[in-house]
Design a protein around this ligand. Structure first.
Ligand code: 5GP
Length: 188
């Protein structure tokens, strides 16, 4: 009989919009026992985004029905849209000894910490707020007032670094990724 592996651990990567979470998370995919959790959201897909791969794109009604049924481990309203982590995926992967990777914003982390959900919580920070502003401007197609709103949210998020086990400054992707990998190597 095979011995079940029970050493799965939740990995949470969080940080302000524009800081580079997606790039770091993409680089982590497929390493060791890391499996990326696909969130549900009510926002519309951006060009190139695929339903079921980038997000599960739901109507507000469908999201709220799943939420009411306890289908989300955590959820948040961000910039007018709902986002949530499917509970069944995370529980199934943890039970299999894998490490579900969540790329979520700070309100979701507050909920998980409130539940005392065991895991490794990493905050990805910009070198400075000015640097974050430049990154958001560099994405193009974002109106100045949208950028200012994101910066205001980011300032609030930066005040919650205390929620995390580690703060990694994303000065360059290669350096930040190396630091995250070192943290994971030591913890998993
Ligand atoms: P975006 O719309 O730019 O893809 O995501 C907006 C923000 O929502 C990002 O900070 C992203 O990490 C966060 N987010 C994505 N999925 C979830 C989720 O399931 N729960 C929470 N709390 N935040 C999420």
């Amino acid at each position: 009989m095979s011995v079940p592996r029970t050493n799965g651990k939740l990995i949470v990567i969080s940080g302000p919009s524009g800081v580079g979470k997606t790039t770091i998370c993409r680089a982590l995919r497929g390493r060791g026992r890391i499996v990326r959790s696909v969130s549900a959201t009510t926002r519309v897909p951006r060009p190139g985004e695929v339903d079921g791969k980038d997000y599960f794109f739901l109507t507000r009604e469908a999201f709220e029905a799943k939420q009411a049924a306890g289908g989300f481990l955590e959820w948040a309203e961000y910039a007018g849209f709902l986002y949530g982590t499917p509970r069944d995926f995370v529980e199934k992967e943890l039970a299999a000894g894998n490490c579900p990777l969540l790329e979520i914003e700070v309100q979701g982390v507050e909920q998980l910490r409130g539940l005392k959900f065991p895991g490794l919580y990493i905050f990805l920070a910009p070198p400075s707020v000015e640097d974050l502003r430049k990154r958001l401007e560099g994405r193009g197609a974002m109106a100045p007032e949208v950028i200012e709103r994101r910066i205001a949210v980011a300032r609030k998020e930066l005040e919650r670094k205390d929620l995390y086990d580690h703060v990694v400054v994303n000065d360059t992707v290669d350096r930040a990724l190396a630091e995250v990998l070192k943290i994971l190597d030591a913890a998993l």
